[in-house]
Design a protein around this ligand. Structure first.
Ligand code: CU
Length: 215
C-alpha cells in the first residue's frame, strides 16, 4: 500500500475515532465521521509530486516539468520550456532516470539514449509515457498543463526512475492509416515501418530531465 494511502486511512480513522468519542451531541458523531472521508481523500490527492528540470545536450536549462497527484488515478502534468524551435515537439516519459547527453543511440544518432525507451508497455500512442506534444510558439516558448491517467507518481519513481524527454520533431503517435503503404521492408511488412510504429518519427532527443519524486 502506498505510504500516502496509509496516511490517509490513518487520518480518516483518527477523525472517525475522535467523532465516536464525542457522544455528548447525538448525531454529531455520524456527521463528523461522514465528513472525515472526503477530507482524507483530499489529503491523499494533495500529497506527492514530482519535478524535472529539462536540459539540452549542452546542459542548458530548457524548462521544468511538475507532476501532481490529481486524484486517486490521475496526475496533472505542468510543463514550461523555452529556447526551442517553433512548432510541435514530441514529449514523452522515458523509462530510465538517466539524462546523459553523451550516450548516443547508434541507430539514430540521438543523444540521451541513456533515458531508455518510452515508459510502460504498449504500442506507441497507447503507451504510459505518451503525452500531448509541446506546441512551441514563434518566441521559442511552450507551456502546457494536462491530466493523464496513463502513469502514477509511483511509476515515475520506480526502481530505475524515469525522465521527461523533448524531441526535435512532431510526434505522429504512429497514427498512420493503412492506406499509406510502402514497398515490403526487410520483414515483408508493407504498412508503417518499425520506426514510425515505435517512435512516431519525433526525431532526436533534444531535451531531457530526470524525474525527482517528492513525498
Ligand atoms: Cu520520446
Amino acid at each position: 500500500m502506498p505510504r500516502t494511502t496509509r496516511f490517509a486511512l490513518a487520518a480518516g480513522l483518527a477523525l472517525g475515532l475522535a467523532a465516536a468519542a464525542a457522544p455528548a451531541v447525538p448525531g454529531l458523531s455520524a456527521g463528523m465521521a461522514a465528513a472525515s472521508a472526503p477530507q482524507a481523500r483530499q489529503w491523499e490527492s494533495a500529497s506527492g509530486s514530482a519535478t524535472a528540470v529539462i536540459k539540452n545536450t549542452a546542459g542548458r536549462v530548457l524548462g521544468t516539468v511538475r507532476v501532481e497527484r490529481y486524484d486517486a488515478k490521475k496526475s496533472r502534468v505542468s510543463v514550461s520550456v523555452r529556447g526551442l524551435t517553433p512548432g510541435f515537439h514530441g514529449f514523452h516519459v522515458h523509462a530510465a532516470g538517466v539524462c546523459d547527453a553523451r550516450s548516443v543511440d547508434r541507430a539514430t544518432g540521438s543523444a540521451f539514449s541513456s533515458a531508455g525507451s518510452h515508459l510502460g508497455p504498449g504500442e506507441h500512442g497507447d503507451g504510459a509515457g505518451d503525452m500531448p506534444p509541446l506546441l512551441v510558439a514563434a518566441d521559442g516558448t511552450a507551456s502546457a498543463s494536462f491530466v493523464t491517467d496513463r502513469f502514477t507518481l509511483e511509476q515515475l519513481g520506480d526502481a530505475n526512475g524515469s525522465a521527461f524527454v523533448v524531441h526535435a520533431g512532431p510526434d505522429n503517435f504512429a497514427h498512420i492509416p493503412d492506406r499509406y503503404f510502402h514497398r515490403p521492408d526487410a520483414t515483408g511488412a508493407t504498412g508503417p515501418d518499425a520506426t514510425t510504429r515505435k517512435t512516431g518519427d519525433a526525431g532526436a532527443r533534444i531535451g531531457c530531465g530526470v524525474v525527482k519524486v517528492h513525498a
